[in-house]
Design a protein around this ligand. Structure first.
Ligand code: EPZ
Length: 421
């Protein structure tokens, strides 16, 4: 296992460039299975989730070329039906997109159940509800989802989700793109990566409208041609660096962002005392006064993202006064990192969906453990803000979603190094 060793207290100054969005990339790469041609996808983040997904796709017969870093060319012209390797599929949550893509391309699917961060129960009943509505027969064994056409065949239909599920919205989009007829997804999730997937598919010839609203319409087409597409910047990676500057202090230009996607995060960090200046594709964040308390409730987009819960909590631990953080998407997400922060001197009381955070003067370095991707990122921020040395263990979680984290923070003046245990 590997760890980060961090000597805290250095202000963060300089420029950080944000990579392509993880949660867009892990949907767009499987979407290439639907394309009878060559796709060139740019701004692909070089993270372990993407590397595993590319290995899975290659094992399924996709011809993959990497002409340069962050660019992937996938050729699915002559793709034959092949099941994805289950041992790889169980290594990440986003492998569930292979279900919708396989069903959409081949009219059948056989995919192992996904893995990924286990900070909460993460069922896929809404994905299955969508596949059933599209006419699939779904067989759920202990470890697999197997699908084939039902007696009336596969066809467009109305899919009304019980909650605005990101994964289910994108999986239904993948399954429906090449089906005859029209599919309407109601109560669809509206995250930026959903719009990105729809834009990718439309670039390849799909007919999807309404992405980014709670109603998405998909008019089935016979086939998709190849093309070129660039993935949007990662809203959560950008938010993580902004939360780091807010917690640690400093003056940083965050480049390659879409300010509109950041509004829900920006407003909260400003409320806590950060000064923020928006440019066309970058944001400058400055923090040099005392942090102020805040009240945050996570919500689906355009609300404050659940994937920023842990990071903003670190800011709250050293803010003046008592802050409140309420989680509305994953009730048990606090347990991935709050105990670790308490070992660094934080004062956090969890009561159901709400954490009450009483600000302390400072955090102190300790040896802590990452239990999931965003919890790990939050512990890095805590280490950078703390007095003394912090060791964050099990950082493979962090490396699933953050490209070049050591280099990016070091360039901002942080003292952080990677240690192979
Ligand atoms: C995606 O997970 C992201 N992962 C998560 O990011 C993110 O936290 C989440 O969306 C919410 O924004 C990827 O995109 C790979 P959901 P997903 O379906 O699709 C419940 C990260 O840090 N639900 O929107 O699994 C579910 O339990 C990761 O990058 C069902 O009940 O999230 C949760 O309470 C962590 N049944 C809520 O809906 C279902 O079939 C939202 O889940 C699906 C979801």
């Amino acid at each position: 296992m590997a760890s980060y060793e961090i000597n805290g207290g250095n202000l963060l100054n300089g420029t950080v460039t944000i990579s392509g969005a993880k949660n867009a990339a892990v949907a767009i790469l499987p979407a290439a299975l639907l394309v009878s041609g060559k796709c060139r996808i740019e701004n692909v983040p070089d993270i372990s989730d993407v590397r595993i997904l590319l290995e899975i796709l290659e094992g399924m017969g996709v011809k993959i070329y990497k002409p340069e870093r962050h660019v992937v060319e996938l050729d699915c012209t002559d793709l034959q039906y092949t099941e994805p390797d289950p041992t790889q599929v169980t290594q990440l949550r986003a492998s569930y997109y292979l279900m919708g893509a396989q069903l959409g391309r081949f009219g059948k699917a056989h995919v192992a159940l996904p893995g990924g961060c286990n900070f909460a129960a993460r069922p896929i009943d809404q994905h299955i509800k969508g596949f059933l509505a599209l006419g699939a027969e779904v067989d759920e064994t202990d470890n697999y989802i197997a699908m084939e056409p039902g007696e009336n065949g596969l066809h467009g239909n109305r899919v009304s989700l019980d909650m605005a599920s990101v994964g289910a919205t994108m999986n239904v989009m993948l399954a429906a793109t090449l089906l005859p007829g029209q599919t309407i997804i109601e109560n669809a999730a509206k995250e930026p990566h959903i719009v990105d997937l729809a834009n990718f598919l439309n670039t390849m010839g799909a007919r999807i409208t309404g992405a980014g609203t709670d109603t998405i319409k998909i008019k089935g087409v016979n086939s998709l041609k190849g093309g070129c597409y660039a993935i949007i910047p990662d809203q959560i990676e950008a938010g993580t660096y902004m939360a780091a500057v807010t917690a640690v202090g400093g003056n940083v230009l965050v480049q390659n962002v879409i300010p509109k996607h950041m509004e829900c995060i920006t407003s909260k960090l400003e409320e806590m005392g950060a000064k923020i200046i928006n440019y066309d594709d970058s944001i400058r964040i400055i923090r040099n006064g005392r942090l102020r308390k805040a009240t945050v409730k996570t919500r689906p987009y355009p609300g404050f993202p659940t994937d920023m819960q842990a990071q903003v909590c670190v800011c709250m631990t050293i803010a003046g006064g008592v802050s409140r953080l309420t989680e509305s998407v994953y009730e048990t997400r606090f347990f991935g990192y709050c105990t670790e922060l308490e070992s660094m001197g934080a004062n956090i009381q969890i009561n159901g969906k709400t954490a009450t955070v009483s600000g302390v003067e400072r955090l102190y370095g300790a040896t802590v453990c990452a239990h999931d991707l965003r919890a790990g990122a939050a512990l890095v921020i805590a280490g950078l803000a703390a007095e003394g040395t912090t060791r964050v263990e099990d950082i493979h979680f962090v490396e699933r979603g953050y490209e070049d984290l050591i280099d990016k923070f070091t360039a901002l003046g942080a003292e952080i190094s990677r240690i192979e245990d």
